[in-house]
Write a protein that binds this ligand. Structure first.
Ligand code: SF4
Length: 205
């Protein structure tokens, strides 16, 4: 099964298929893989030993950036992800980014985000929409209408804990909504990246 894959000159970690959302743009609806890699559907959720073993076996020549992304929300396995990120930091000088929906306070209320300090270099958070109602329509989180505010609080916390934080939206929303997302991002001092809704790329978390 594919725990690691290369895409766009970066190493991606696919450690879970679990996700509490059903985003309208999720690439998982369009296929089994990305960029010609093998299927990203896991036969089981790998434990830390399997993750490290797969990492060591992967040819990382020329790769200096590790991204936690995959066919699922990586923060559904937050503690294992941090444990593995520490391993990578101890053995390499790779930079580590997490692409997340920002809902870990709802996914795992016991997870201490302080564990990310000094281990994770950057966090990309799916803003997806400018307000809680449209967020619900685009992201469809199982936690309901409070999810948007929790995600924003997480983003503010990440500015302190990690420092390098960015928002993303996918252009499935209107231009007016994208402009409103830009205003919200500016107010929070977090850069916004607008992604195109295309298949077979990294348009997921
Ligand atoms: S885009 Fe990410 S957060 Fe949304 S359903 Fe897909 S894996 Fe989950």
């Amino acid at each position: 099964m594919t725990i690691f894959y290369e895409f766009g000159g970066k190493l991606y970690a696919n450690i879970t298929n679990k996700c509490p959302c059903a985003c309208v743009f999720c690439i998982r609806k369009n296929g089994d893989s990305i960029g010609g890699n093998d299927s990203l559907w896991l036969s089981h959720e790998p434990d830390i030993e399997e993750i490290i073993s797969a990492y060591e076996a992967f040819d990382k020549t020329g790769l200096s950036d590790l991204v936690f992304c995959g066919y699922g929300e990586p923060m559904t396995r937050a503690d294992i992800r941090i444990e593995f990120a520490k391993y990578v930091k101890e053995h390499t000088d790779m930079t580590i980014r997490v692409n997340t929906n920002g809902l870990v306070p709802l996914i795992d209320p016991d997870f201490d985000t302080e564990k990310m300090r000094g281990v994770i270099d950057s966090v990309s958070i799916s803003l997806n929409a400018p307000d809680k109602e449209s967020y619900l329509e685009v992201t469809k989180p199982k936690f309901g209408i409070d999810s948007f505010d929790v995600m924003l609080q997480f983003a503010k916390k990440m500015k302190d804990v990690v420092g390098d934080v960015a928002f993303t939206v996918v252009d499935v929303i209107s231009e007016e909504q994208i402009s409103a997302c830009q205003e919200l991002s500016d107010d929070l001092g977090i850069p916004l990246r607008v992604r195109h809704n295309v298949t077979n790329n990294e348009s997921y978390t």
